[in-house]
Design a protein around this ligand. Structure first.
Ligand code: AMP
Ligand code: MG
Length: 418
């Protein structure tokens, strides 16, 4: 007798799932002005246009003497020092056949067309005259007005992620505050009756079948790295009513509800039916490894008002990877960021991976000193050590085996977290 055959629709590819996910992520409208000191890591909400040249005037790149090249026809010319210009002051036009003592950052006096560094000069007697021991090139050691930023230029664009360097640049054009998108409010909870919090039970007292809650720690940290305000709702039991209550409460004051675990097909997996009861489930299960049981939906608050919902798998590595490849781009798009997905780098594999998988795989790998990638020995979705040992993911297409020396795509964890 033939067994009845059940056919399942093929799982969605990551590209299709990500496109669908992002189609739900209309950027949030809230913006706020924050002190430039406090803006690291925020997403800029409006172009920053410079109202001045940076540097504002031509200035000296060296401590030395501002000269007219025409006055220095031969090596060893001796000229009087007609003025002294320090940073923060401005001098007089340079008299012909004289030089100006000048310091780094001080404005170039009118008429001067080069700076000779003090190492190439010899101050004579009471420093009223100087011997120039080189013949300068026109324009040497002069930093030109506007060479960093021209007046009217867009120095930072809407949607850019602010970095320490961009805070300096914003300050350099006079911005005391910058306009950024408001922080996203994310409610986080873990499901699983097996979960115990570190500190609540000592390792030697753990009951059989229980494990410590790992996901709560890295998910909270990943969310915070992306600038989110996290409401940590702790652990929710594997019960239908408890799950419904938690989702209803989380929907109230948050932009996103993020959960881990309970989103597979077992009888103890209550997330999927609870989301369907309180709103809609738009996306479920993706053809990636690890991370197949990923879910996206919406929890209705009132009328057409809803809160985004994302359910991550319970296995720690699955949770970690799906956060990086799906949740991070989703949050960045809600924040109005222009760069959503990280760039992969082509690198040689320094290992063999003989087993092809139907799903697209994200292997935990580490860059080595020889310019290649090493593979962590255990790629199980429960082995979080792989994510600590590794410094990034190898993005391996479906059905692909890897031989030592093959070129593969690498994405660093830093790019996947930032
Ligand atoms: P689930 O997706 O709920 O079926 O969980 C899959 C696996 O991940 C099970 O072995 C769980 O015990 C484990 N797991 C679920 N949640 C967590 C968590 N927060 N921390 C560590 N392991 C977890
Ligand atoms: Mg579970």
């Amino acid at each position: 007798m033939n067994a009845p055959r059940t056919t399942f629709p093929p799982l969605k590819s990551l590209d299709v799932a990500l496109t669908e996910l992002l189609s739900h992520a209309a950027p949030m409208s809230g913006i706020e002005d924050v002190n430039t000191f406090d803006a690291d890591g925020r997403v800029l909400a409006a172009d920053l246009v410079s109202a001045l040249h940076v540097p504002p005037q031509d200035n000296s790149a060296m401590d030395g003497y501002a000269v007219r090249c025409a006055d220095i026809s031969a090596l060893g010319v001796v000229l009087p020092v007609s003025q002294r210009i320090a940073a923060g002051s401005s001098g007089q036009p340079l008299q012909p056949a004289s030089v100006a003592r000048i310091f780094t950052g001080a404005p170039i006096p009118a008429g001067a067309d080069a700076v000779v560094m003090q190492e190439d000069c010899e101050a004579l007697g009471d420093t009223a005259t100087v011997r120039v021991k080189t013949t300068p090139q026109h324009g040497q050691w002069i930093r030109r007005a506007g060479e960093d930023v021209a007046r009217g230029a867009v120095v930072l664009s809407k949607g850019e992620l602010l970095t320490p360097a961009s805070l300096g640049l914003a300050a350099g054009i006079g911005m005391k505050t910058v306009s950024v998108s408001q922080r996203l409010r994310v409610a986080l909870f873990s499901t699983g009756d097996e979960l115990v919090m570190p500190g609540d039970v000592a390792p030697q007292d753990m009951r059989p079948g229980t494990i410590y809650n790992s996901n709560r720690f890295f998910l909270r940290a990943l969310l915070q790295r992306l600038g989110c305000v996290v409401t940590d709702m702790g652990i929710v039991p594997d019960q239908r009513e408890a799950t419904l209550d938690a989702l209803r409460a989380a929907a109230l004051d948050h932009d996103l509800i993020l959960t881990s675990g309970g989103v597979s097909v077992g009888e103890e997996d209550h997330i999927k039916p609870a989301v369907q009861a309180l709103g809609e489930l738009d996306l479920w299960q993706i053809a990636i490894k690890p991370g197949k049981p990923f879910a996206y939906g919406k929890i209705r608050k009132s009328g057409t008002d809803f809160t985004h919902f994302i359910g991550l798998p319970g296995n720690p590595v699955s949770s970690f990877v799906t956060f990086m490849v799906l949740v991070r781009p989703f949050l960045r798009q809600l924040q109005g960021a222009s760069q959503i997905t990280p760039v992969a780098t082509a690198m040689p594999a320094h290992f063999n991976w003989p087993r092809a998988d139907k799903r697209r795989e994200f292997l935990r790998v580490r860059r080595n000193a020889a310019g290649g990638l090493d593979l962590f020995s255990n790629q199980s979705s429960g082995v979080l050590t792989s994510a600590v040992w590794g410094d990034g993911l190898l993005d391996n297409p479906p059905g692909r085996t890897i031989a030592h020396g093959d070129t593969v795509q690498f994405i660093s964890f830093l790019d996947l977290m930032g």
